[in-house]
Write a protein of this length. Structure first.
Length: 149
């Protein structure tokens, strides 16, 4: 009887761990999708002249990116290493294998966003800041995410 209770408890604990890992992965995906909307749905179209410049929307987009920069250091716990996310991309194992590089990429992204928040006040300053934001965001993707097959 005690053995059955121990086994059942271990199974429930294991299920709880897997659920927590999946929640962490889904949370990271949601945060990255919000980044994508900020860059590709707000800042990019304004930068290209496809949408009119809107300072409130720019501020909101930059705040979203800034929030992500603050969350990134803890968004990918070791426990999700090797997990495949739903959708097109998953975290690369390089996140954990090259922790120093990942940390440096996060720092670059955070500084770029902080600088943009301080400098972007009109379309011209957005056009000056946007390439660096895109480069720091995309550069991390090139190294630290993989396309699901």
């Amino acid at each position: 009887m005690i053995r059955t209770v121990v086994v059942a408890g271990a199974l429930l604990l294991g299920i709880g761990v897997v659920a927590a890992q999946q929640d962490a992965l889904k949370s990271a995906q949601a945060i990255m999708k919000a980044n994508g909307k900020s860059l590709g749905g707000v800042l990019g179209p304004m930068n290209k002249g496809e949408k009119p410049y809107d300072q409130a929307a720019v501020n909101e987009a930059l705040n979203t990116l800034d929030d992500t920069a603050k969350k990134l250091p803890t968004m990918f716990p070791e426990s999700i290493k090797g997990m495949k996310a739903e959708g097109d991309y998953s975290p690369s194992s390089k996140i954990w294998e090259d922790k120093a590089g990942f940390t440096a990429s996060i720092a670059t992204f955070a500084k770029t966003v902080t600088d943009a928040k301080a400098s972007v006040k009109d379309l011209n300053t957005l056009k000056a800041a946007f390439p660096a934001i895109g480069k720091s965001c995309g550069g991390c993707h090139e190294t630290f995410r993989v396309k699901n097959s």
